[in-house]
Write a protein that binds this ligand. Structure first.
Ligand SMILES: Cc1ncc(COP(=O)(O)O)c(C=O)c1O
Length: 371
């Protein structure tokens, strides 16, 4: 599976399948297809060095509710350097989940071990067991998990943070939490402030649909934030990104509408895929679906466990027709999923009839190939 194209890499996809970039339906990421409309930008933002503007800081504090943060060029930037600021301990990570976490801890020489991210019961068992052993370790949680959809309540995560043996940190990647912000650990203001072992990553690009501006945040204890900020240097976030974020983060009317619209688009995308998934399920070639957000909220992507050979054929069939899906190469250790891979799809804009019709057509054609 090594030559699958990475999420959102339409440049490689267009070369490999000889389809112009603008003709693709990109379902390989969880980026909101209905992006925040860009405000007109002041030319100074392009011409001056991007020192962090007080108005940008205020907008961030108002949206996320916390003062102790650092802004970065996408949360990926912090994921890459975070391990170098934490004690050298074993790290417990989700087996399936945004793999840049695993790469980064490995790169920094940490010993990594894993909990299963396809069943809450399994994950809780393993995490609880580690906590009860009393030996310090770091814990990484992607909440909700991309791509498995597994999520924990904020209360559960805060309780774990309180019980972490001294020296261990809990890193919560909330890249997809904006759809249900009340589920963020940041919304538990007082508890969060008391915990100096809790680090929270947030991503601007997903919910606001503006992944290209490269903006993300780390929230945590002031001393650690200061050290990492000093490592990133003075201009981690470019001027136009700050200007766009100032407006977007403050636009509460858009936040409400966008959440509703993501729900509708998510349901519409699922409705298109349902006949195909039902057919695969009937053939015993698909077994379970998960969505990217917290209980009963439909999110920015959905994933299905599909027999690996079928998953790869389906990926190829869709790509040859200009629809880019994502097949997750990491395997689950759960016996239930042996021989299956996760196929993930982002969402479409249900009001874009060209996209809806094309996706419908590709799905129908694919169903015809199934016996
Ligand atoms: C779970 C998760 N965390 C973090 C990131 C990094 O996002 P960004 O660097 O755009 O904030 C991604 C990107 O896909 C992701 O899926």
């Amino acid at each position: 599976m090594s030559d699958l194209i990475h999420g959102g890499d339409l440049i490689s996809a267009s070369v490999r399948y000889d389809i112009p970039i603008e003709n693709w339906i990109d379902l390989s990421t969880g980026i909101n297809p209905c992006a925040y409309p860009l405000p007109s930008l002041n030319v100074n933002s392009f011409q001056r060095l991007p020192y962090q503007k007080p108005a940008f800081d205020e907008a961030v504090i108002r949206y996320y509710g916390h003062k102790s943060f650092l802004a970065c060029s996408g949360s990926q930037q912090v994921i890459e350097c975070l391990p170098r600021f934490l004690p050298a301990l074993t790290v417990l990570l989700p087996e399936i989940g945004y793999q840049e976490h695993r790469h980064s801890w490995n790169k920094h020489g940490y010993e990594c071990c894993f909990y299963s991210a396809d069943s809450r019961a399994n994950a809780v068992n393993i995490i609880e067991k580690r906590l009860s052993e009393g030996k310090p370790f770091h814990l990484v949680v992607i909440n909700p998990n991309n791509p498995s959809g597994l999520c924990f309540t904020a209360k559960q995560l805060l309780a774990w943070a309180e019980r972490m043996p001294k020296g261990g940190h809990i890193i919560i990647d909330e890249a997809f939490i904006d759809l249900s912000p009340e589920q963020s650990v940041l919304s538990y203001y007082d508890t969060f402030l008391q915990l100096d072992n809790l680090l929270v990553l947030r991503s601007f690009g997903k919910f606001f649909g503006l992944a290209g501006v490269r903006l993300g945040f780390l929230f945590g204890a002031p001393d650690l934030i200061k050290k990492i900020a000093s490592h990133l240097g003075p201009w981690a976030v470019n001027g136009p990104a700050q200007d766009v974020a100032m407006v977007a983060l403050g636009d509460q009317g858009w936040h409400v509408e966008a959440r509703e619209k993501v729900q509708q688009n998510s349901k519409a995308t699922l409705a298109l895929f349902t006949p195909l998934i039902e057919r695969l399920t009937f053939n015993k070639q698909a077994i379970r679906m998960s969505t990217s957000s917290t209980e009963s909220v439909f999110g920015l992507f959905s994933s299905w466990w599909i027999e690996t050979s079928v998953a790869l054929t389906m990926y190829e069939f869709f790509a040859q027709r200009g629809v880019l899906l994502r097949v997750i190469t990491e395997r689950s250790s759960s016996a239930e999923f042996a021989g299956y891979s996760l196929v993930r799809s982002g969402i479409i804009d249900k009001d874009n009839s060209v996209v809806v019709d094309k996706l419908q057509q590709v799905i129908d054609e694919y169903i015809l190939t199934l016996n």
